[in-house]
Design a protein around this ligand. Structure first.
Ligand SMILES: Cc1cc2nc3c(=O)[nH]c(=O)nc-3n(C[C@H](O)[C@H](O)[C@H](O)COP(=O)(O)OP(=O)(O)OC[C@H]3O[C@@H](n4cnc5c(N)ncnc54)[C@H](O)[C@@H]3O)c2cc1C
Length: 436
């Protein structure tokens, strides 16, 4: 029997061990186990079964959950295997590997992987939720590129899954089906990557976002625009000149040269006076610097919705509730441009809601008493302002505080639940988005 590294309530390191990245969530599992290798995962699942506990994997805690009663929390970060096969254009990573670490292995190969905005998120956690990538408009949701998943099942047995219902469920259905130990997926030949951030004074948001809306309606699949409003809080941690100020922000990636991108960005640059413009060639290892999301633990609250359109009056209604001077409690309100391959059926995987033009992402930082209530009121104000432009569902990686039925069609949810009943009838494995 493996000698597991178990931390229990009352141990000196308990509070540190149970703390997630999202420190707004007070996690109280039954115990925390840091697994060093696959044998540890097998032993941990068997140990949990012997003690009558459920098991959940949480390398980071970006998707922290307070529903951990009677649950062993597995820290999978030490599963750090990475191999990249340049000739075969494929990668294999362990369950603890973060996107930033994998991308650093791709510099100089001419290959990209379907990463999202944050280098700090694990590849496995992101892929289990479908994976909305910078490059999804050209290559589809990232989970469609997955070719094999290795996992320890509810009985503590290791499997390699490459097809069938379980494989379908794992690519977008979340962490409910086993403790994943490694994943393999395709890489894509894209030797030219251009991108960066444009920032304009908050007063220019209507014109800038209007130009973004117009361009995103006709953009080639190689171009992805993520744009919105950022209110930097007036706190010492935020450097001048950002501190306490509001900006219209446009984050860009383009699978092509800077020379080809420049004319595409002309109308956006003309719409305001950029105070910051970093657009240029980027090595894939620096992809995470484009959105430049915080990597340090923080008390974050988020809410997202899919929009059917992002143009004139939608932008006007949005800025009325989140723009400069609106009094919003949100730090970020930004749209992610969808369409292209994202909207098309691809290699079989959980469908997810693809019938929208943009994803609107809202983020508040609950840094002081009363902030959670103010942020919730701001979420509600945006939802009301967007009204009929909101699609009913949202990708599971952006579910925020909504229930699981907001992420899937009824048919897909039934199918996911059938797989769960088949592979884990006792409900031993618990994801942060329970299917029941
Ligand atoms: C700053 C930031 C930026 C983001 N940007 C994007 C983006 O661009 N695109 C996108 O699609 N999503 C994005 N997300 C959402 C992110 O992909 C999900 O929150 C994802 O679940 C995080 O995975 P994690 O392993 O880092 O977090 P954790 O909270 O550690 O894990 C989240 C859940 O993933 C499951 N899980 C993780 N590892 C395993 C495993 N080994 N076996 C079984 N289940 C497992 C579990 O259910 C776990 O509760 C972002 C999140 C943040 C915080």
């Amino acid at each position: 029997m493996q000698n597991l590294e178990i931390i229990r309530p009352g141990d000196p390191t308990w509070d540190l061990a149970r703390m997630p990245w999202n420190v707004a969530v007070d996690q109280q599992p039954a115990m925390v186990v840091t697994v060093r290798d696959v044998d540890d995962v097998v032993a941990a699942v068997k140990h949990a079964a012997a003690e009558g506990l459920a098991v959940t994997a949480q390398p980071n805690g970006h998707g922290a959950t307070s529903a951990l009663d009677g649950t062993m929390l597995l820290r999978t970060s030490p599963l750090d295997e990475i191999s990249v096969d340049v000739a075969a254009r494929s990668a294999r990573v362990g369950a603890g590997v973060k996107w930033g670490t994998l991308l650093a292995h791709l510099d100089g190969t001419g290959l990209i992987a379907l990463a999202g905005s944050s280098p700090d998120v694990t590849v496995v956690g992101y892929l289990l939720g479908g994976g909305l990538s910078w490059f999804t408009r050209k290559y589809g949701p990232a989970s469609r590129s997955v070719t094999a998943i290795e996992l320890v099942d509810a009985n503590g047995e290791l499997h390699r899954v490459t097809d069938g219902e379980l494989f379908w469920a794992l690519r977008g259905g979340g962490g409910e089906f086993g403790i994943v130990t490694a994943v393999e997926f395709d890489l894509y030949e894209e030797p030219l990557l251009t991108g960066g951030k444009l920032m304009f004074p908050g007063e220019q948001a209507a014109a800038v976002l209007g130009a973004v809306g117009e361009l995103s309606a006709v953009a080639p699949r190689e171009l992805t625009l993520w744009a919105g409003i950022t209110h930097f809080p007036p706190i010492p941690d935020v450097p001048e000149p950002l501190r306490g100020n509001t900006f219209a922000v446009v984050d860009v990636t383009y699978l092509g040269s800077e020379a080809a991108l420049t004319p595409l960005l002309y109308t956006i640059r003309q719409a305001g006076t950029a105070v910051h413009d970093t657009v240029g060639a980027v090595p894939v290892s620096r992809l995470g610097e484009i959105a430049a999301e915080p990597v340090d633990p923080m008390p974050a609250l988020d809410s997202s919705m899919l929009l059917h359109r992002f143009d004139g009056d939608v932008i006007e209604r949005l800025l009325a509730v989140v723009g400069k001077g609106s009094g919003t409690a949100l730090t970020v309100a930004a749209v992610r441009h969808l369409g292209g391959a994202y909207a098309e059926p691809g290699r079989d995987g959980v469908a997810g809601p693809h019938d929208a033009s943009h994803l609107l992402f809202l983020l508040g930082v609950a840094a002081f008493p009363g902030a959670p209530e103010a942020i919730a009121a701001s979420f509600a104000a945006v939802r009301q302002a967007m009204g009929p432009e909101c699609a009913p569902r949202v990708p599971v990686n952006f579910l925020g505080g909504r229930g699981i039925d907001a992420a899937y069609t009824t048919a897909d949810l039934d199918r996911l639940r059938a797989v769960k009943r088949q592979v884990d009838p006792a409900g031993r494995i618990r994801g942060n988005r329970p299917l029941y």
